[in-house]
Write a protein that binds this ligand. Sequence first.
Ligand SMILES: Cc1ncc(COP(=O)(O)O)c(C=O)c1O
Length: 273
Amino acid sequence: MEIGTIVCLNGEFIPVRQAAIPVTDRGVLYGMGLFETIRVSGGSPRLLDLHLSRLFASAGELKLEVPFGKEEIAGLIRRTAAENRMERGGIRLTLTAGGESGRPSILITARNSPYRLDQYRAGIRAGFSAIKRNQSSPLVRHKTLSYYENVLARREAGAAGWDEAIFLNTSGNLAEGSVSNIFLVFGEKVVTPDLQSGLLPGITRRRAIDACAAIGLPLEERTVRPEELSQAGECFVTNSLMGVMPVASIGGMVVGSGRPGGITRIIMAALED
Ligand SMILES: Cc1ncc(COP(=O)(O)O)c(C=O)c1O
């Protein structure tokens, strides 16, 4: 059976073609809602507690109702992975706002990971997006359904032959990737844009920061200028599905040796499950 055939909509497990969300849902009308992308490996969805905590915290701040409890959703996610006979891949959890008087929806879908082994071995190519991240937006630190800018940035990157687009913010500082957080390495020091730079507080970003502390690698969260990339020995991007991905070049400029660096590999190994 192909991964993605069975979805879970509001607790019901049904074929993907039968799943439908009401046309009055404000998720459909205004992009009001949230999502999480969760890694599945060894048949198990990983870090469910962290993903569900972020979803519930964002729902609270953005005044969205979550129609199921945390434990209940965790069970539905596990069962979606099992129904799709997934060994590895990604589960997407989508929460919509619902209609003015209608119920919100929880949709759980499964897919394969788009990341390839050769990308981890050689590093990916990234480039700067022409779109700027608005660090003062109330949405930038939440994983909302309003992902059109990210999609446009990725499309732009694809047309340029890049695997990922990197956003600068409106002050011209580094912010994040279209689907990832970004880290630079100078000598042994690891640097990543701070939350004020305008980014999603990624679960993998947090894990990479914690791994640096545990290993004893110095780490700074701060404002990062894009010009600093020319001095960086290594660069990598992170998200839940890809984990830690080395970046070989940005906008055609080779980073360091252009190969995955030693510190990147240490952090990759620390986060492996
Ligand atoms: C814009 C953006 N930033 C950062 C991330 C990384 O977040 P996480 O590590 O929680 O997957 C993502 C993940 O998809 C993202 O879309």
